[in-house]
Design a protein around this ligand. Structure first.
Ligand code: ATP
Ligand code: MG
Length: 530
């Protein structure tokens, strides 16, 4: 166990860490922080939800002087929502120190950003496209930057940001510290590392499996046409606190969200064809619990940190094993447990095995939930809800009619009728989803780690991944977020506000009113928006 006081941090940073409720450093933090404070370049890999943001954030802010008026640190993230999230975390960590941070991402008024830049932020957290825009306009100058971080480095590569990153880093002095972080490090990350890092230290906190240890993973074999019934049975049986359901395409997400709503679930969809305002609204609802099920494309796969997500469902299997790892990593974060279910059609079993091989984790099969299990689950939740109302009291105005009814009817029958009413079954709604083609298995070397080096440590059987945070351990949704404070108001999505490349001529970005968007290569369907 490492406490933060062992790192010789200045009191104001320690105070902020305490305020955030972090009691001990997670393994990636205890390994990275001393190295990063010492100035080394770093490649940091650790499972999803294990605090990589603070692992680079704490040393980064430690080196900045409050009185400085220059940009001293640059963090790049693949999506605009991630940029906002990281900016918020850095801001919280530097609260008492008074460092100025600014997220710079597409989809936001550039004039507003230019105005904010005049306040002389020392830390910029940006998406490559918009950053380049500012560099070209000379509204951002990177000549004084000392630290560069690439968060989700492999995703930025995968999204074709390599050239943009190259152009941006040309503006940064060579005598800088550079750090790459991600939960997955496919072999091609070496290309990035060789170009941009100097004698990097590899910090890897990946025991045997790449995915987070607190996630109970399983798959359900189900024919394409029965997937929706399987999903509703699963949701009924498990009654998640919050669930994210991943669909392959934007159409799929729209259809699924609508179908779930028709069946009486409180669900909404998130994908790249929605406007920034719509996405903000959906995420706000998900964070404050006014919807329980977020249906999303891979847009929500990376970085999203919403506490209270107890379940992830891969309604469609993802193409890449990395995407699998990140999708399921939206649950089981910060020491909490989570469940991840993947629906696999009979023709996709090979692809599932491929994911198992690459992630080095066997995913056990579970049977399709039966109707009886689904009904039982639903009834249990309804009964729990009813009992909560009983406990809350304030039922006086209903008591008169209750007594009257009980004089005429049997109590068991009456209560059963009330439960039936409350359960609100909408089984009759007809649901038709457009079928998706099965994903075909790919061939690839089974390695999502970095350079094939031996992992230099692990959780050592610590199932919680080394977390300890004061006031946590409850199912309180705000628990891990800044000591119980709810964070709403933003969401994360990919940023595509870069100049369209040659392959981007058929951009069908729909109603992106506030985006001047380009495209990435169409590896995943929801990658051609913004
Ligand atoms: N030492 C700590 N103790 C308790 N909670 C922590 C600690 N460090 C970070 N956290 C919290 O854990 C959550 C996950 O952290 P973070 O988002 O940095 O994970 P990550 O490793 O970057 O995950 P991903 O790979 O999905 O991006 C956050 O809510 C963060 O505030
Ligand atoms: Mg992260």
């Amino acid at each position: 166990m490492t406490t933060f006081s062992e790192f010789n941090l200045e009191p104001k940073v320690l105070q902020a860490i305490t305020e955030l409720g972090f009691e001990e450093a997670t393994p990636i933090q205890s390994k990275s922080i001393p190295l990063a404070l010492g100035g080394s370049d770093l490649i940091g890999q650790a499972q999803t939800g294990t605090g990589k943001t603070a692992a680079f954030g704490i040393p980064l802010i430690s080196k900045i002087d409050r009185a400085d008026e220059k940009i001293r640190a640059l963090i790049m993230a693949p999506t605009r929502e991630l940029a906002i999230q990281v900016a918020e975390e850095i801001e919280k960590l530097s609260r008492f120190k008074g460092i100025r941070t600014l997220p710079i991402y597409g989809g936001q008024d550039i004039v507003r950003q230019i105005r904010a830049l005049k306040k002389k932020p020392q830390v910029i957290i940006g998406t490559p496209g918009r950053l380049l825009d500012h560099i070209n306009r000379k509204t951002i100058k990177l000549e004084d930057v000392q630290t560069v971080v690439l968060d989700e480095a492999d995703e930025m590569l995968d999204m074709g940001f390599m050239e943009d990153i190259q152009s941006i880093l040309k503006q940064v002095p060579d005598e800088r510290q550079t750090m790459l972080f991600s939960a997955t490090m496919p072999p091609n990350i070496q290309k990035l590392a060789q170009q941009f890092l100097k004698n990097p230290e590899h910090v890897s906190v990946i025991p045997k499996q790449v995915s987070a240890p607190l996630i109970d993973q399983s798959y359900i074999e189900v024919p394409e046409r029965q997937k929706f019934d399987a999903l509703s049975r699963l949701l009924d049986m498990e009654s998640p606190e919050l669930a994210i359901v991943f669909g392959r395409t934007k159409r799929r997400v729209d259809e699924l969200a609508e179908a779930l709503q028709k069946r009486g679930y409180s669900a909404d969809g998130l994908h790249g064809d929605l406007s920034q305002n719509q996405r903000d609204a959906v995420m706000r609802k998900f964070r404050d619990g006014s919807i329980d099920v977020l249906v999303a494309t891979d847009v929500a796969a990376r970085g999203l940190d919403v506490s209270g997500v107890t379940h992830v469902v891969n309604f469609d299997l993802p193409q890449d094993p990395e995407s699998y790892v990140h999708r399921i990593g939206r649950t089981g974060r910060a020491g909490k447990e989570g469940a991840a279910y993947s629906f696999v059609t009979p023709r996709e079993i090979d692809h599932l095995h491929f994911i198992e091989r690459v992630t080095r984790h066997r995913i056990p099969r579970k049977p399709l939930p039966t109707l009886a299990e689904a009904i039982e689950g639903k009834q249990r939740v309804t009964a729990e809800r009813l009992l909560e109302i009983v406990q809350d009291g304030e039922l006086n105005e209903y008591k008169g009619i209750a007594i009257q009814m009980l004089e005429q009817y049997d109590s068991v029958q009456l209560l059963s009728a009330a439960l039936k009413l409350l359960t609100g079954d909408k089984k009759d709604a007809t649901i038709e989803l457009t079928p998706e083609d099965p994903i075909r298995a790919k061939r690839r070397k089974p390695d999502v780690r970095s350079s094939g080096r031996k992992p230099s440590g692990g959780y050592g059987g610590n199932r919680s991944g080394g977390y300890n945070r004061s006031g946590s351990g409850s199912s309180n949704r705000g628990g891990y977020n800044s000591g119980g404070r709810k964070e709403g108001g933003y969401n994360r999505d990919r940023d595509r506000d870069r100049k369209p490349r040659s392959y981007s001529s058929n951009n069908s970005a729909g109603n992106n009113s506030n985006n001047n968007s380009g495209e990435r290569r169409p590896r995943r369907e929801d990658s051609s928006f913004e």
